[in-house]
Design a protein around this ligand. Structure first.
Ligand code: PEP
Ligand code: MN
Length: 346
């Protein structure tokens, strides 16, 4: 790192040098015409995060510039080859673009079973659905809980799928992991550090959604929480940002795909459903996501979106989902990827 010192503090170099050496750094001061800087190498900046803050607090320190990134395990620097996460045989981050689809919320056995059958036939290998829902209003439906988890598991098993479902509560991580193949951490919980630590202790893969105002670095530090707990089976998920635009629910950041893939070895999934809030926009943004290199998509589908308890406006109908899939496969192939499709309609 480089510490830039303010002028007019004669003891600054000596004091900073002593502190840095105490923290394991080798120190080289450079005396310029106007400024003095101190270069420090060899210490572990990831373990010295609080020390860096303390350095910044000195009145004679103007700036502390880091050379390394604040996250380590999830960084591409620490692992140049891309991670492939194996979800019981479904590989995310490999050549295949993986489709996750299902309702926003588990409402009934019939709703989930019908949806699973259609999306599996169309090529989805992972069934989504919330049994615990993060609702803005406390009066809104909070999810079916355990009966909802059972419905997801049964439907997924019946159609040869895996389950991705959200866990919101530290106390329920083990319970949800009994039914789920992937633990979803929702956008609202991306910075729930206790929850991140808890799923870090789990051996179930994690789908980590980007907070609606989170920077890439914050998302990757959230992933670092999970990884440093010992669980490195993490998929990053871009699901749209809150911006000035009101025509769409969120603004989907397709640029997140190549950016996150260059910063991290973890697979990147796009959620165009939360990302736009409009079912008619989902197919176009799914194509864009795959063209940009996304490793998978997570899409909301409902037997009757007009009567969905949650997120009806952004939930695709069965025909919409089925009609979208062949085009996605063509885009995937155009960019050198593959997509499974059990019975192509076109
Ligand atoms: C969802 O997947 O239905 C959901 C609530 O997602 P997010 O956390 O991205 O809002
Ligand atoms: Mn939803």
């Amino acid at each position: 790192m480089i510490i830039v010192l303010r002028q007019g503090h004669p003891v600054a170099v000596a004091q900073v040098t002593q502190e840095l050496e105490e923290h394991g750094y080798q120190v080289l001061p450079v005396f310029g015409v106007e400024k003095t800087i101190v270069c420090a190498v060899g210490g572990d900046e990831h373990k010295n995060v609080d020390f860096l803050e303390q350095l910044r607090a000195h009145e004679f320190v103007e700036d502390v510039l880091l050379i390394t990134r604040p996250y380590k395990i999830v960084s591409r620097e620490s692992q140049p080859e891309r991670s492939v996460i194996d979800i019981g045989g479904v590989k995310v981050g490999g050549n295949e673009v993986v489709m996750m689809a299902g309702p926003c919320t588990v409402e009934s056995e019939e709703q989930v079973t019908q949806t699973a059958e259609v999306v599996a036939r169309a090529g989805a290998s992972i069934l989504r659905g919330g049994a615990y829902k993060p609702s803005t209003s406390p009066y809104s439906f909070q999810g079916m809980g355990v009966p909802g988890l059972k419905i997801l598991r049964q439907a997924a098993d019946r159609f040869g799928m895996k389950v991705v479902t959200e866990v919101m509560d530290v106390r329920k991580v083990e319970l949800v992991a009994q039914y789920a193949d992937i633990l979803q951490i929702g956008a609202r919980n991306m910075q729930n550090y206790d929850l991140l630590k808890e799923v870090g202790q789990s051996r179930t893969p994690v789908l980590l959604k980007r907070g609606m105002t989170a920077r890439y670095e914050e998302l990757l530090l959230a992933a670092e929480y999970v990884a440093s707990g010992g669980n490195q089976a993490i998929m990053l998920c871009e699901r749209g940002l809150r911006t000035f635009e009101t025509a769409t629910r969120n603004m989907l950041d397709i640029g997140a795909v190549p950016m996150l893939q260059s910063l991290s070895h973890l697979p990147v999934i796009i959620d165009p459903s939360q990302g736009t809030g409009k079912r008619d926009l989902v197919a176009a943004l799914s194509r864009a996501a795959i063209a940009a290199g996304a490793d998978g998509l997570i899409i909301e589908v409902h037997p009757n979106p007009d009567h969905a308890i949650k997120d009806g406006p952004q939930s695709m109908t069965f025909p919409q989902f089925e009609d979208m899939m062949p085009g996605l496969k063509r885009v995937a192939e155009a960019v050198g990827r593959s997509m499974r499709m059990k019975s192509a309609k076109a």
